[in-house]
Each structure stands twice: as structure tokens, then as C-alpha cells.
Design a protein around this ligand. Structure first.
Ligand SMILES: C[S@@+](CC[C@H](N)C(=O)[O-])C[C@H]1O[C@@H](n2cnc3c(N)ncnc32)[C@H](O)[C@@H]1O
Length: 253
């Protein structure tokens, strides 16, 4: 498919890919690797009621990780076929847009927004939903593709031609993410967010191609110019002005 084809990023494509979600070596293989990487940045649940909200959960690939870490896994997505698959893996499925999630403020201990920011017209609106859903101190994990020429070449022009690469047409580079804008928005939204680049381990990919590994480890990189992850925490709200203390608290005798 041409890079400027208007059918790119069409949600209907996912209906034809339902059987791919849980294929460890199919077109969604890298999503399995990313799910495992994300899980490494999520703390174990503090208690039995802890909630992980998975924005654009797709087929629910975070499910085994959320269960192992002790979370109730709530998945939000617009694609009914993907949500059905996710529900079969134990995800509490909510059919909705990530731009208007029908869940209450502060309900989430963890929000995951994996491979969704580069699929929507307004990535900052998704981040705002993540910030709204998180409780103060809650954990945010995102990953996405950067708005660079290099990312267009690597993640679309090359990756779509590689056997086992992403399904052709799934990405539209016009939607790739402006990292500076994302970080500025995170700060405004009360999120401490740190970005790091990601690439699959070359050694693991070779073993995976020979059928000797199911999951390829993701390696962190200093450059975020292609695929990047964001690790964040929602800041505690500032105390009202009258309650601010200047310097250490003192006891008056
Ligand atoms: C590349 S898949 C990522 C799935 C999952 N996060 C993962 O990493 O395995 C993108 C998903 O985003 C969903 N999606 C796209 N736009 C959406 C929107 N506005 N609201 C909710 N889901 C959306 C699609 O249905 C699809 O399941």
C-alpha cells in the first residue's frame, strides 16, 4: 500500500486480523514483545482491587502480565472483534474510544497506552484521558512511533515488506507522535513522563525467526527517533495555598 493511501490506519483492518492477535509469530508479533516489556515497568498490584486500564487493548495481549502482577485488567477499544478476543483472555472489555473513556476519574492504579498514540488524530487527548483515569501516584506506560522521517522509513517502508512485520497499511505516518509536544502536554497534565527509545534484540529476533523463541526482548536506546516508550507517574495534587508549608514543619512549644 502506498505511503499516502487514504485507507491507511482504517480501523476495519483489525476485523480481518482477529486470528493474528495471539499468534506469537504473526503480524502482531512485536505487540507480544512490547507487552512483555511494558509489564517490566509496572509494579505488582498493591492490593486485590487494583485496576490496570489498557487503552486500545486490541486482543488483550497484556492479559497474562496484568494477571501475574495482580491487577483487574480493564481493556478499552473501539474494535469489537479484538475486544471479543481480549474478553476470552479474561479482560473486562469496554467498547469505547480512547478519546472519551466511560470510566470514572482516578479509577486506575496503572494506565497502559501501547501502540495507540500513533493511531489517533489527537494523541494529547489520549494522554489527557490517561491522566484523568490515573489516581495520584499511579503508573503510566506508553509506547508509540515517533514523527520522524527515519521512523517512516523503518516502521513503514521497510517493516511492512519484512515477513512477520506489521500488517501493511496498519500505520499512517501522518499520525506519528511529536515527542516534544507529548512531553509538554504530560507536564501540563500533571504527569512526570520520561521517554526512552526501543528496539528488538537482534540476537532474539534471529532465534525467533528460527522458531527458538516466542518473545523477543526489547532493548532500550538513547534515541527515541523511531519506536519509543514512556514511563510516567501521576503527580500528587498541589496542596491548597493555605496549607502550603515553607521549610520544615516546626512544633511550637
Ligand atoms: C496497534 S493496535 C495495539 C493494540 C494493543 N494496545 C497492543 O499493543 O497489543 C491498535 C488498537 O487501537 C485500537 N484503536 C484505534 N483507534 C482507537 C480509538 N480511537 N479508540 C479506541 N481504540 C482504538 C484498534 O482497534 C486496535 O485494537
Amino acid at each position: 500500500m502506498r505511503i499516502d493511501d487514504p485507507r491507511r490506519n482504517d480501523l476495519a483492518q483489525y476485523d480481518g486480523l482477529t486470528d493474528e492477535w495471539w499468534q506469537a509469530s504473526g503480524g502482531f508479533a512485536m505487540l507480544h514483545w512490547l507487552a512483555a516489556y511494558r509489564a517490566g515497568h509496572i509494579p505488582p498490584a498493591a492490593g486485590p482491587g487494583a485496576v490496570l486500564v489498557d487503552l486500545a487493548c486490541g486482543g488483550g495481549l497484556m492479559a497474562p502480565h496484568a494477571a501475574r502482577l495482580g491487577y483487574r485488567h480493564v481493556g478499552v477499544d473501539l474494535t469489537a472483534s479484538g475486544l471479543d478476543v481480549a474478553a476470552r483472555h479474561g479482560v473486562l472489555a469496554v467498547r469505547a474510544s480512547v478519546l472519551a473513556v466511560p470510566l470514572r476519574d482516578g479509577c486506575a492504579d496503572v494506565v497502559v497506552a501501547g501502540e495507540i498514540l500513533e493511531h489517533v488524530e489527537d494523541d494529547v487527548a489520549v494522554l489527557a484521558e490517561a491522566a484523568r483515569l490515573l489516581r495520584p501516584g499511579g503508573t503510566l506506560v506508553v509506547d508509540a512511533i515517533a514523527a520522524t522521517r527515519l521512523a517512516e522509513v523503518v516502521a513503514v517502508r521497510i517493516a511492512e515488506r519484512v515477513p512477520g512485520g506489521p500488517p501493511p497499511g496498519i500505520h499512517d505516518p501522518r499520525l506519528f507522535v511529536d515527542r516534544r509536544r507529548l512531553l509538554a502536554a504530560a507536564d501540563r497534565l500533571g504527569l512526570d513522563l520520561r521517554l526512552v527509545g526501543l528496539r528488538p534484540s537482534v540476537r532474539d529476533v534471529l532465534a525467533w525467526r528460527r522458531g527458538r523463541r516466542d518473545v523477543v526482548r526489547m532493548r532500550e536506546l538513547p534515541t527515541t527517533a523511531v519506536l519509543f516508550a514512556g514511563h510516567g507517574r501521576k503527580r500528587d495534587p498541589a496542596p491548597p495555598p493555605g496549607e502550603r508549608t515553607i521549610g520544615p514543619a516546626r512544633t511550637v512549644g
